[in-house]
Design a protein around this ligand. Structure first.
Ligand SMILES: CC(C)(COP(=O)(O)OP(=O)(O)OC[C@H]1O[C@@H](n2cnc3c(N)ncnc32)[C@H](O)[C@@H]1OP(=O)(O)O)[C@@H](O)C(=O)NCCC(=O)NCCS
Length: 179
């Protein structure tokens, strides 16, 4: 298998199609959206990390470049989106391979920290990859109508330490839509 870090400008139409096809399979409830775009809520990845098994995608994540507010501070975060491992490749730790490569690249690009949102049952999967739960944080995003709205309470927030080793106190404003 071959791991690749691919800048958004280098994503070919064919690869874009293959990622969207896999997103539709892995997130069937959101297939209508992913059949059109990989940019959840308009948030386009700066780069993607893909593990290829020959020409097949065995694991994927997109990474958003965003400066967010945390309490009184601003942090440039590498936001994780669209993590998937197709069902035939699951349970072999492949998710960890793309997550590790994503954060190594974020460190090279001088980001402050990694940030992701997920459902609570995935906390264990990401904790194995070195991510930490941020409990009791209010998180707001700016929606498509420019309104400030909270992120759904069903999601948990996790961070990955890079330049910033301890996440600052305070609520989080994503200063844009979520990813
Ligand atoms: C979440 C996901 C990326 C994990 O990828 P993965 O490479 O299989 O991760 P791991 O190999 O670390 O396995 C994670 C857990 O999946 C479970 N698992 C194991 N084999 C599995 C299989 N064949 N099928 C489904 N789940 C399996 C196990 O509970 C495992 O936890 P463990 O460490 O206690 O064994 C993958 O299941 C997936 O794509 N799910 C659908 C999309 C999704 O929810 N993405 C995350 C959005 S935030």
């Amino acid at each position: 298998m071959k791991l690749k870090v691919i800048n958004e400008a280098e994503i070919t139409p064919e690869l874009d199609f293959e990622i969207k096809k896999a997103l539709c399979r892995c997130f069937p409830d959101d297939a209508e959206i992913f059949s059109r775009s990989r940019a959840w809520h308009g948030s386009v990845p700066a780069w993607s990390v893909i593990l290829f098994d020959d020409s097949h995608i065995a694991a994927h994540t997109g990474i958003i470049d965003r400066t967010v507010e945390v309490g009184e501070t601003c942090l440039r975060v590498a936001g994780i989106q669209n993590v998937f491992v197709p069902s035939e490749y699951r349970g072999r730790g492949l998710c960890e391979k793309v997550m590790s490569a994503a954060m190594e690249e974020a460190e090279r690009r001088n980001f402050d920290a990694g940030l992701l949102y997920c459902v609570p049952k995935l906390e264990r999967v990401y904790a194995k990859c070195g991510w930490w739960l941020l409990a009791e944080r209010e998180v707001v995003r700016i929606d498509e109508n420019e309104n400030q709205v909270p992120l759904p309470a069903k999601n948990i927030t996790m961070f990955f330490p890079l330049k910033v080793r301890t996440f600052p106190d305070g609520n989080i404003n994503l200063r844009g839509n979520d990813w």
